[in-house]
Design a protein around this ligand. Structure first.
Ligand SMILES: Cc1cc2nc3c(=O)[nH]c(=O)nc-3n(C[C@H](O)[C@H](O)[C@H](O)COP(=O)(O)OP(=O)(O)OC[C@H]3O[C@@H](n4cnc5c(N)ncnc54)[C@H](O)[C@@H]3O)c2cc1C
Length: 352
């Protein structure tokens, strides 16, 4: 049976999910094609939202704009699915040397980070650190998106609307405004790391990045805040914490299975970093890897195909998809529907 939709979306990671949701909110019809890859970056992501890089105390790109927009978007999504996925979470940076204390104070005096960290450092209250020297610096405006539950629930919602095709996208079946029996106005590729191999957008400089994180069971770590030292410790459910994440730039690319192979030395590294924070016993209950869709210049990759007016890409969410995607999706839809300009730093034409 033939079907007609405004938008055909390839990929139901975070990007495809947010795009489908926002389009439906605006009264547009969608069909999403997703193979259900168990390895997608969004399935692995911890879902931490943090506007500041706590290693160097730099404010991330367009942080204020994303922070202003996110509550509006996530509240709307929570309401639509009838469940809360987005939570405020105090972020505690653990500080263990005088140099770090001095640097915190020095950075606080710079105006750009004052909106994102509190000045005062406090003593550690939790009785679980291997050294008494720790101090805690509190970062403002951090939050957590329960992205794994959100993807599963949104997928069920699409299925119930007959708006999901679980299959590998077949490029040989793509014609202008048509894919197999589906007539569409626009097709948007939201393929994450796989975008690197999209035959329609060959020359885009993806700089993919592999990440690994572990999930641990522990009864003593605090469940009311996100801890950060060399790694973050994120409480996700009772006694369960995600610890991560690693960054690698080289891996076996011979197959998807090979690319996502768990790296035992990274697991050991994460455990070592965890043990620098807590002496309490824990059990590793899961290890996951994913490939972040990063771009050479660390900016998103969004826009229209240079020659095919019905073909678009929304990609390049890199390490901060949960933070950036809501506003970027809104801007992308305005670009498609109203002819608004894209932010110059995200437009894929910068590489063409
Ligand atoms: C270890 C790790 C930790 C992370 N932690 C965080 C974090 O705390 N906070 C944060 O904001 N970000 C984090 N990220 C980054 C985040 O995962 C990405 O920014 C984001 O998820 C990218 O989403 P996406 O939808 O663009 O791509 P993906 O999540 O990769 O989704 C792409 C989808 O497209 C489908 N697909 C692709 N090609 C095809 C095809 N040809 N046919 C059918 N389907 C196809 C796949 O099945 C997949 O579902 C982390 C990443 C990793 C690896």
């Amino acid at each position: 049976m033939n079907k007609k939709v405004d938008y055909l979306i390839v990929g139901q990671g975070l990007a495809g999910t947010f795009l489908a949701f926002e389009l439906m909110q605006k009264g547009k019809s969608v069909m999403v094609i997703d193979k259900g890859l168990k390895y997608s970056s969004s399935r692995v992501a911890a879902g931490v939202i943090n506007p500041i890089v706590l290693r160097r105390f730099t404010v991330t790109w367009r942080a204020k704009e994303f922070l202003n927009y996110n509550p509006f978007f996530y509240e709307k999504l929570d309401k639509y699915l009838g469940k809360q996925y987005h939570f405020s979470l105090p972020l505690k940076k653990l500080i263990s040397s005088q140099d770090e204390i001095d640097f915190w104070k020095y950075r606080y005096d710079k105006e750009d980070v004052r909106d994102y960290i509190y000045k005062e450092l406090t003593d550690v209250k939790e009785n679980l650190f291997p050294t008494e020297k720790f101090k805690v610096g509190l970062a403002k405006q951090a939050s957590w998106l329960n992205i794994s539950d959100l993807l599963v629930d949104f997928r069920a919602n699409l299925e119930a609307k007959n708006a999901l095709l679980e299959e590998e996208f077949d490029f040989s079946s793509l014609r202008t405004n048509r894919y197999k029996n589906i007539e569409f106005g626009r097709v948007v590729f939201c393929e994450g790391a796989r975008g690197k191999y999209n035959p329609l957008f060959k020359s885009l400089p993806f700089s993919l990045n592999k990440g690994q994180l572990i999930t641990v069971k522990n009864n003593q770590l605090p469940s009311d805040s996100l801890l950060k030292k060399k790694v973050f410790i994120l409480p996700t459910s009772e006694s369960i914490f995600k610890v991560g994440a690693t960054y690698s730039w080289k891996w076996d690319t011979s197959s998807e299975e090979a690319a996502h192979k768990i790296e035992p030395e990274k697991t050991e590294l994460l455990k070592t970093h965890l043990e620098e924070i807590t002496t309490s016993n824990y059990e590793v209950v899961a290890v996951q890897t994913g490939i972040r869709p990063s771009i050479k210049d660390r900016r998103p990759l969004i826009g229209q195909h240079p020659d095919k007016a019905d073909v678009y890409m929304f990609n390049g969410m890199g390490t901060r998809g949960c933070f950036m995607a809501p506003l970027l999706i809104d801007e992308f839809i305005n670009y498609c529907e109203q002819g608004a300009d894209l932010h110059k730093e995200v437009d894929l034409r910068r590489f063409l």
